[in-house]
Design a protein around this ligand. Structure first.
Ligand code: C5P
Length: 401
């Protein structure tokens, strides 16, 4: 079920006694890492309350097509675009008929018409209704339109009959849903990424920092999510919106960043240190604003910050650890010595003396240095480079594992 990590699933619930099982299905999809938004038909609400599904999904439940308040939040077209999959469980005979005839008379059918995501149904109905020619014709029509059917199962039914039409168990539905997604290079892996600068306070209004934009770290976080990873992004102060589908922890100083990196570190499979951490911080933070004195020269006393990536690499168990080396000369030599000194698995070296790549620019060119060799990736956008880098990191990680 790891393939469900980060997947955005609309769970449609239609009216049927099996709707009570949709609560467990919601829980299973959530615990497999999916983000679940529930859409209910009016008759579904007769069987299970929206409140239950809201609590289990952690998202508001969508009930109406033409509701100004709901449309102001996430309208039906946005929902249709948001979805990586529309899964309808239970799917009643009536719903299947409306879907087969291409109707858009409520939120769920409209969503199905509007979405480009795969649509999967877990039918649930009385065995005679399932066998009825009308339902069978509708099933054939839907299958021809590439709608996937999970089940139905055969067995005892709520009405006392025995035969085909039982909704599959929630575990089976969740497994079928997971099988619809391809496995990514980092499916099911947990990746921590540090990004941006740190700020080292001098007094309540001043700090020491650097020009890191955080763009490379954020692009790596997005690429890791696309590859199926669960991502914790530990970010210094940047002007970038937090990407969706990840946990973003905002920090200021190197010490805050270290603390966030060490929290739940045992869960981390791959640690990528893309942050430009301040090497030193003031030995003391003045409680009040430091006043201008008469002297021409002011001395600041600084103390070394902890090395976050080296601390992570020294921990046990050690995640696969990737660092960056921003250099202005002798790039490969410095990168190799850093790889060894910090006990890293991989280091990504870049030339920050050039203004067209590196720190604040949108492009970068890097050399990936491992213990067995080096590979240069030519200049491209930080987004494209991030995808290439995540592929390389994943390949090296799997090779080592
Ligand atoms: O030693 P240097 O700062 O050049 O090393 C760069 C690499 O080490 C980067 O991956 C950076 O994120 C990481 N680093 C760190 N903590 C520090 C300094 C650097 O994690 N205090």
């Amino acid at each position: 079920m790891q393939r469900l990590t980060n997947k955005q699933i609309i769970l449609g619930i239609t009216g049927g006694i099996a709707a009570y099982k949709s609560a467990e299905l919601t829980r299973l999809l959530k615990s497999a890492g999916a983000d679940v938004r529930v859409v209910m038909t009016p008759s579904a609400t007769e069987f299970i309350t929206p409140l239950t599904l809201q609590a289990l999904s952690g998202n508001p439940v969508h009930l109406h097509l033409l509701n100004a308040e709901a449309e102001a939040g996430m309208g039906h077209i946005e929902l249709a675009k948001w979805a990586d999959m529309v899964l309808i469980a239970p799917a009643s005979a009536n719903f299947m008929a409306r879907l087969a005839s291409g109707q858009g008379d409520d939120l769920l059918t409209t969503l199905c018409l509007a979405t480009e995501a795969p649509i999967c149904l877990a039918p649930a109905m009385n065995q005679a209704m399932w066998r009825d020619n009308g339902t069978q014709n509708n099933t054939a029509t839907l299958t021809k339109r590439d709608v996937k059917l999970f089940g139905p199962g055969v067995g005892e039914q709520a009405c006392g009959d025995n035969g085909p039409g039982r909704m599959l168990e929630p575990e089976e539905i969740a497994n079928h849903a997971a099988e619809q997604f391809e496995s990514g290079a980092l499916t099911g892996k947990t990746v921590f990424i540090t990004a941006g600068p740190t700020r080292e306070p001098l007094d309540p209004v001043r700090y020491i920092s650097n020009h890191s934009s955080g763009k490379m770290g954020y692009a790596l976080a997005e690429a890791a999510i696309e590859a199926g990873a669960k991502v914790k992004l530990i970010s210094g102060p940047v002007n970038l919106p937090a990407p969706a589908r990840l946990e973003c922890i905002s920090v200021e100083s190197a010490q805050d960043m270290l603390e966030a990196a060490q929290t739940d570190l045992a869960l981390c499979d791959i640690f990528i240190a893309a942050a430009a951490v301040a090497d030193y911080r003031p030995t003391a933070i003045s409680e009040h604003k430091i006043k201008k004195g008469s002297e021409e020269i002011m001395e600041l006393h600084l103390v070394k910050n902890p090395d976050i990536v080296a601390t992570v690499a020294a921990s046990s168990p050690k995640p696969f650890t990737v660092g960056f080396a921003a250099e202005t000369r002798d790039i490969l030599d410095y990168a190799r010595s850093k790889l060894a000194r910090k006990n890293l698995d991989l280091i990504i070296a870049n030339d920050v003396s050039r203004s067209d790549i590196g720190f604040n620019s949108d492009e970068n060119a890097v050399t990936v240095v491992s213990h067995s060799g080096a590979e240069t990736l030519p200049q491209t956008s930080k987004r494209k480079l991030a995808t290439l880098l995540i592929d390389k990191i994943a390949a090296q990680y799997h090779h080592k594992a």
